[in-house]
Design a protein around this ligand. Structure first.
Ligand code: AHR
Length: 346
């Protein structure tokens, strides 16, 4: 009888120990191990040399122009750095001012079966066929920087700037200046880009609402600094009076200032002409601090980490925010400090 009881107790002990071992494994995650596990070499698939490493994601990026502006340079660098750090393979193509070229480049990337397609459109319109092709191919279509004219069923997510809001910040600031007269020169960006459309709409609506006069309103192909300088030089040569430069990026604002310098026209904090710029590149904020630009409205180019986060969320099967607008601020020569400038990362 005693032998039977001992046997039963021994069996109970064996089963109890076995159950404890099983329970521990069931509650640990792949990256947390019990002491016992650590002592024995792992035999899971991770350490199996025959197991191929997970295939790196390939991200197609349809970028505007390689040398469009300092903003674009920072934007391209942000993608490349963040995607490299994330272990993505990047296939970046540049439209170089040609919308049709961007469309064919995007279709080509779809043919190459990239895992994700990130599009920064030279033009807002004309992307439906590409978006439909991506959808049919099962490739998530992500808009970055500039919102495109697409219905929500045709894109996966967007991480963009609200350009009309940026322009409205400048209009509100100009209104507060209460200038004796507002004769505004508008130096627009690439015609038909959402950045140009939004910023131009804001100043045009603002001028109408406040009785301001827009004395010049033209878009500079490629956001070109030299074209902006020449346009302002021509206005000065023609004797056109103006009191405000509304330049839709920093580079064009600098071009306008070069033209005013050449003609001896004063501008900025204590000058005859107020200078409004967009992007807030670090070098431009130095000009705000120096009183050469009166206002610089931020358009943040650092989309790389934002898109990496979005893709990782999608890969994890998480729901993502469909329409994310970048938080942006503005910098006034009356209040900016050296610390603010020093803290800028682009
Ligand atoms: O889409 C953002 C705009 O494109 C920036 O304001 C401009 O500098 C860039 O080229």
């Amino acid at each position: 009888m005693k032998k039977v009881i001992s046997l039963v107790l021994a069996l109970m002990l064996v089963f109890t120990l076995a159950a404890c071992g099983t329970k521990d494994k069931a509650t640990t995650t792949s990256d947390s191990q019990t002491a016992a596990d650590k002592e024995t070499p792992a035999t899971d698939t991770k350490s199996d040399p025959t197991e191929a490493p997970a295939k790196a994601l390939t991200i197609g990026v349809v970028q505007t122009n390689a040398n469009e502006s300092d903003w674009r340079t920072a934007n391209t660098k942000s993608f490349n750095t963040a995607f490299d750090e994330a272990g993505f393979v990047t296939k970046m193509v540049f439209g170089e001012g040609d919308h049709a070229k961007q469309i064919s480049q995007a279709q080509q990337l779809i043919q190459e079966e990239v895992d994700y397609l990130v599009v920064l459109g030279l033009q807002s319109a004309g992307w439906e066929d590409v978006a439909k092709s991506a959808k049919e191919a099962g490739i998530p279509f992500i808009m970055a920087d500039r919102k495109l004219d697409l219905t929500e069923d045709l894109y996966t997510a967007m991480v963009c700037s609200d350009f009309e809001s940026e322009g409205n910040k400048a209009v509100d600031w100009l209104k507060k200046q209460a200038l004796p007269e507002n004769k505004i020169v508008v130096l627009g960006g690439d015609t038909g880009s959402s950045a140009q459309l939004g910023r131009s709409k804001a100043i045009e609506d603002g001028a109408k609402a406040n009785g301001w006069e827009i004395v010049f309103n033209q878009n500079m192909k490629g956001w070109d600094e030299t074209l902006a300088k020449q346009a302002v030089a021509d206005l000065i040569a023609a004797g056109t009076k103006f009191t405000v430069i509304y330049a839709e990026n920093d580079n064009m604002a600098r071009g306008a200032c070069d033209a005013m310098d050449a003609a001896g026209i004063t501008y900025g904090k204590s000058g005859d002409v107020k200078v409004i710029a967009f992007d807030a590149n670090k070098w431009a904020l130095e000009k705000v601090l120096a009183g050469q630009f009166n206002l610089d409205v931020e358009c943040n180019p650092l989309h790389g980490p934002r898109i990496v986060k979005l893709i990782n969320q999608l890969e994890a099967g998480e729901t993502v925010e469909k329409n994310a607008y970048v938080d942006e601020e503005m910098f006034d020569t009356a209040t900016i400090t050296q610390q603010v400038v020093d803290a800028r990362s682009y």
